[in-house]
Write a protein that binds this ligand. Structure first.
Ligand code: NAP
Length: 345
């Protein structure tokens, strides 16, 4: 018998890859979406859709009961739904913390607690590491610097208060890969010849390619790990200059390198928020986001991730090649250079 898995936030960047990975691993996959959610990347006929608005507790309980009656209870839940961009800072708490609370309490009220509940949190819930450049210590007190990071930490703390609940928290570092719109912004700016740094070129960063992340999540889910958390990266750390240099190399692009002082970035963010307000969009550069962009140290200690038994397929260069190829193939990036082919021949 196939095991049932519910993936909330299935319409999103990470959620859509989780759905693909779960199908490949032989699960009966339920994609938790809202009626307004895009299904662009959820076309596999094996997918069953369930309405999962995590801000509506009553509907969640109904969905859980109806689905259990028809297909049996969910054996696993990967709770990926979350708010990553908004100018309404209270909304982060309402969705990321409140939505997690709703889902957990709905599972308890309906007595449909799964074998394991994976919560996709974020490295942002830790906040950046210190100026000593030591990696973020997963056991040290967490100090998120943004409303987003704080809402993810609240959800983690809520789970830790439930001693008998079989949760596992995954804290991905910056995730990139095909379909991702945030990283696209950075790649597009290098394509336009601008290599941007905020504060300095030696900011320490950590990344994970989305396909490696979903593999790590499923590996952790199928392991004995429970009531604990794991940071997931590609097992390396990079400087901002190394990351930009890799994109330049792949795109064969010459750039103008600009190191913008933090106070100028703040002014730019105010203007971009104003423009976003007029257009009704959330700008990539906003004052809240800048708090993370400005932090000097997002390096992580990969030893606990490696202990999961997960081996990433993508280092940063291979991962970026794969991502840029997808942007080119899907028309997000124009092939400016005649015959530009990033795949090694
Ligand atoms: N991308 C990263 O670099 C990164 C790094 C660390 C952690 N994370 C975490 O990973 C998760 C997924 O991130 P992502 O990059 O895939 O973001 P995304 O593309 O914006 O996807 C977010 C998903 O959450 C759903 N969602 C939002 N509010 C909801 C609600 N009230 N009820 C039900 N579903 C709701 C969205 O549904 P709609 O399509 O209907 O809006 C969408 O499916 C988030 O929890 C995020 O905090 C992401």
């Amino acid at each position: 018998m196939k095991k049932n898995i519910l993936i909330t936030g299935a319409s999103g960047f990470i959620g859509s890859f989780l759905v693909e990975e779960a199908i490949q691993r032989g699960y009966r996959v339920f994609a938790g979406v809202r009626s307004s959610s895009s299904r662009q990347y959820l076309s596999d006929p094996a997918i069953r859709f369930v309405e999962t608005d995590i801000c509506n507790r009553h509907n969640l309980e109904e969905m859980l009961l109806q689905s259990a009656e028809k297909y049996g209870p969910f054996d696993y839940i990967v709770h990926t739904a979350g708010l990553t961009k908004t100018m309404d800072h209270f909304a982060y708490t309402r969705v990321n913390f409140g939505g997690t609370q709703n889902l957990v309490e709905a599972l308890q009220n309906t007595r449909l607690v799964p074998e394991k509940f994976i919560y996709i949190s974020s490295l942002a819930s830790y906040g950046p590491g210190g100026s000593d450049k030591k990696p973020i210590d997963p056991d040290a007190p967490q100090h998120p610097v943004t409303a987003y990071g704080k809402s993810k930490l609240l959800a983690e703390q809520f789970l830790y208060r439930h001693e008998n609940f079989p949760f596992l928290i995954i804290n991905p570092t910056t995730v990139y890969g095909p379909r991702d719109k945030d990283f696209f912004f950075l790649i597009q700016s290098i394509r336009k010849g601008v290599e941007l740094y905020i504060g300095n070129r030696n900011q320490l960063l950590s990344f994970v390619h989305v396909k490696d992340l979903v593999n790590a999540i499923m590996t952790a889910m199928e392991s004995d790990l429970v009531q604990t958390k794991r940071i997931v990266s590609d097992l390396s750390n990079y400087t901002a200059a190394e990351m930009n240099g890799t994109v330049k190399k792949i795109l064969q692009q010459r750039t103008l390198s600009l190191v913008v002082p933090a106070w100028i970035a703040d002014i730019v963010a105010v203007f971009s928020e104003y423009a976003g307000n007029l257009k009704g969009t959330v700008p990539v550069v906003n004052r809240e986001r800048l708090k993370e962009f400005k932090a000097a140290n997002w390096s992580v200690d990969a030893s606990l991730t490696a202990a999961l038994g997960y081996q990433p397929l993508y280092g940063l260069e291979e991962g970026l090649r794969n991502t840029i190829d997808w942007y080119l193939d899907n028309g997000w990036l124009k092939k400016q250079v005649a015959g530009l082919q990033t795949r090694p021949s």
